[in-house]
Design a protein. Sequence first.
Length: 159
Amino acid sequence: MAAAPHAFISRASSMDHCRGSRPTGLDLYFIHQWDGVTPIEETVETMSSFVKAGKIRYWGVSNYSGWALAKTAMIAKEPGFVPPVAHQIYYTPEAREAEYELIPAGEDLGIGAMIWSPFGQGLFGGKVKADGSAPQGTRQGQRVGRSRSSPTGIVSPVC
């Protein structure tokens, strides 16, 4: 399938990110969040071509919705394509929404889950306080007007 290159996941822009990496290729390449514009078929075709060319060993997606993960996996099952092996999701003791859709979808599709920010970007490591305050000069301290507490208001550091 020859599709026009799009803003985020074109073959050329993706390989620009790989320049300067180790010469044997990458073990796992993540597509970070579907842009809503690039056809999923183009992304699957591009990642499949990277695997077949030996530039990457495996590929995965990051921050995809459940339906986008399922659509990507189903398209990638077509002959000639290489399916994703992992999806990277935000999952913490405070934000467990992934348990309802993303984790079961990945399990059903045979796609492993990789968790990012398991300590809640500092919340469960003790840097961010239950009231949402954090030390200045940190990413968490830069958040203006965003509460880091749970819906119940009961959040204590784990460590």
